[in-house]
Design a binder for this molecule. Structure first.
Ligand code: UDP
Ligand code: MG
Length: 325
């Protein structure tokens, strides 16, 4: 049987502290998968540097020079985690049978890869790595992450609960995925839209081996808003519903005012007027903000700018343009 060729795609942004710890683990894992006869000898690690400003790229280049199973790409500037993973995946389309994307920091259990590849060999085209134990994450991180998945699901985005960006994707799913042209990426919500047979493997999440998380609350919030607004129009329906509800309340208020007027009473009004004006202004600004998020998305998407730009390649096949990727 011909063994599948695997690319392990590892996005790295300012990870000089963590890479010396995790690179040997990735290299060992690849060797184990090969020794077990799960993947071909031509499989490799693909580090994608996201325009790091520390020694990350130098480290990756050293690995690539010393180890022929390491390939490396460098983004021309920092573009964020999602675009970096996408760069690694799309650059592997014509080379590999399967890709596994995983963070550089050792938080995701490498041993889950054996099960992922086995699931692929059993016929799955997408295998999601799902964290079934997040006890090493802080309470705040768990709470925000859980609320995030709940809101996503309520908005109709089909993201797998507790799955981040640790997943196996087959080349044929990647080829279809390449036709999803959006610039605003939320991979964990987009991949399920491609369809094909998928399954999950479970693992417990470890703490970062070194360095700091690049996802503070503000970045998580913006990923959440991006995820929702690029995959669902439910917030716009919410605005419509809100408008209807407020109009109905306004109608009741009007009926009450008219009734009181015909009863010959006067209503002292300053406080209630102020409250109503403030309430309405709040609702209008909220609605404008929600609509504005979508207008902003249209503006950014309409430019159709490239989703990643590779400035350097080490140990790679001849350059492929990101155009049409
Ligand atoms: N990352 C990236 N570009 C960025 C931020 C992060 O490529 O602008 C990478 C980072 O090096 C890591 C992965 O994305 O491999 C996940 O980031 P991190 O571990 O900081 O996030 P967390 O696990 O805390 O959500
Ligand atoms: Mg991490």
């Amino acid at each position: 049987m011909l063994l599948p060729q695997l690319a392990i795609v590892i996005p790295c942004y300012n990870e000089e502290q963590v890479l010396p710890l995790t690179y040997p683990l990735f290299a060992d894992k690849l060797k184990q998968l090969q020794d077990k006869g799960l993947v071909s000898k031509s499989s490799y690690l693909l580090f994608v540097d996201d325009g790091s400003s520390d020694q990350t790229w130098q480290l990756i280049c050293d690995y690539a020079v010393a180890d022929e199973q390491v390939r490396a790409l460098r983004q021309s500037r920092n573009r964020g985690h999602q675009n970096t993973v996408l760069a690694g995946l799309l650059e592997s389309i014509d080379v590999c049978d399967i890709t596994i994307s995983i963070d550089a920091d050792g938080q995701d259990d490498l041993d889950a890869m054996d099960e992922m590849v086995s699931a692929y060999l059993d016929g799955a085209d997408v295998v999601y790595g799902v964290r079934n134990d997040r006890s090493t994450d802080s309470f705040f991180k768990r709470f925000t992450a859980e609320s995030f998945y709940r809101v996503l699901n309520a908005m109709g985005v089909q993201a797998v609960f507790n799955h981040a960006d640790y997943r196996l994707i087959s080349a044929r799913v990647l080829k279809e995925f390449a036709n999803f042209k959006e610039v605003n990426l939320f991979l964990r919500g987009m991949v399920p839209l491609v369809g094909f047979k998928s399954t999950s493997v479970y693992y417990s999440r470890a703490p970062r081996l070194a360095g700091e998380s690049h996802y503070p609350f503000s970045k998580m919030l913006s990923l959440a808003i991006d995820g929702i607004t690029s995959l669902s129009v439910k917030p716009l329906r919410f605005v419509t519903g809100l408008g209807l509800a407020v109009s109905f309340l306004a109608f009741l208020l009007l009926a009450w005012i008219i009734t009181v007027f015909f009863l010959g009473k006067t209503i002292p009004g300053w406080a209630s007027m102020t409250a109503i004006v403030a309430f309405m202004s709040g609702i209008q600004l909220l609605s404008l903000g929600i609509i504005g998020e979508y207008v902003g998305k249209i503006y950014l998407e309409s430019k159709g700018r490239p989703r990643y730009i590779i400035s350097e390649r080490v140990g790679m096949l001849p350059p492929v343009s990101s155009e049409g990727a």
